[in-house]
Unconditional design. Structure first.
Length: 202
């Protein structure tokens, strides 16, 4: 057994088989061995690179969200909750068994320009960052946004984490001059508004 063979024996089984496949598919002179039964396996160990070129991006609407005229203006928690029930569960990535965080994009007249599902978490937690929350608001020139997420337990009362994240996002919005009008927590069947509960004020 030479040193190369000894080194192969120390490899995990899948890696050792890949090395053997690559060696069997090549002759000693470095050329492809056409008689090797493992010729197709040689492509498994070929190096690959990711494209490093920049791209031009644009915002593309995913689908039309028709709604009654009464929901055109989302300036109250009740209307936000109605908008959620009408549109957010229709998102293919929405999972009622997990916490889902959505953002409603509003113009200067508090009319809905659109919405997007920012994050899908687990049963009782979700990861939210200002970068993702405000990304589409900046791109679409939204004047204000409304935050909303669900509690799979059905309990609409905000947790300490909900309050902290909301206040962090409010400060981020103040820096970018994008107002956060409210954060609505969707329970079943009730909902709660962090603004109405007084958590928007220090």
């Amino acid at each position: 057994m030479n040193s190369d063979q000894f080194g192969q024996q120390l490899l995990p089984e899948p890696l050792r088989l890949l090395v053997q496949c690559h060696e069997c598919a090549h002759s000693a002179c470095g050329k492809i061995n056409p008689t090797s039964p493992l010729l197709g396996c040689a492509t498994l160990v070929k190096p690959f690179t990711f494209p490093g070129k920049p791209y031009e991006y644009k915002v593309t609407a995913l689908r039309e969200c028709p709604m009654p005229e009464s929901l055109d203006l989302c300036d109250t928690p009740e209307r936000v909750a109605d908008y959620w029930r009408l549109h957010i569960p229709a998102n293919p990535y929405f999972n009622p068994e997990c916490e889902c965080f959505a953002v409603l994009l509003l113009n200067t007249r508090r009319r809905v320009k659109g919405h997007h599902l920012v994050s899908v978490g687990t049963l009782d937690t979700i990861l939210v960052h200002p970068r993702e929350v405000f990304r589409l608001a900046v791109i679409t020139a939204a004047a204000a946004i409304v935050l909303a997420h669900n509690h799979p337990s059905g309990e609409a009362a905000p947790s300490e984490a909900d309050i902290k994240v909301t206040r962090d996002l409010i400060r981020a919005g103040q820096l970018m001059k994008i107002e956060i009008l409210d954060h609505v927590i969707m329970g079943n069947p009730k909902y709660s508004s962090l603004r109405e509960l007084g958590y928007f004020y220090s």
